[in-house]
Ligand binder design. Sequence first.
Ligand code: URA
Length: 193
Amino acid sequence: MNAKHEALKSIEEQIEMCRLCGLCEGRTNTVPGTGSFDSEIMFIGEGPGKDEDLQGKPFVGAAGKFLTVLIESIGLSRNDVFITNVVKCRPPGNRDPEQIEVNTCWRYLEAQISLIKPKLIVTLGRHSMQRFLPGLRISEAHGKAKRIKGIWSEKQVIFPMYHPAAALYNPALRQVMLADMTKIPVLLKKIEI
Ligand code: URA
């Protein structure tokens, strides 16, 4: 294991022991993230649900199945990308994560981003987008890459997408999300950091 991988493993251990916010009270497992530590792309969702809490892995339930379809639609597998959430423990009853919880957990996501150094951050859903692009509306911002002053790069590219769970309730969004995904390979080729 190289130093970067060791540092990322050590973040996982810190998350496992974390008791910095109330979400630790109800968790079965922490959900630090899965996939490649050397990926150019990071997918960032909101927070673990029931299945994720039970398995300790992100996006393994119904929404996760569709995320897998999306990733595979551009010729990649889940092992090629890194998948995580803005909060690493399940909010009770799948409620939205509170601002204080997102802020408290930010240290872990920040450390993961600064070590993985993704070319592209794909935010899944409103809560994840808000952390990087405050004030935007997902209905207008989805599928459009934006540059921000990022954690490891002055020119971090953020690509907001709807949350895959939204496509389960509103099947029309499936096509919108599949169309947004097709832009990712083109973007990756264009991004120079
Ligand atoms: N929804 C999320 O935002 N993240 C998960 O890991 C699962 C469902």
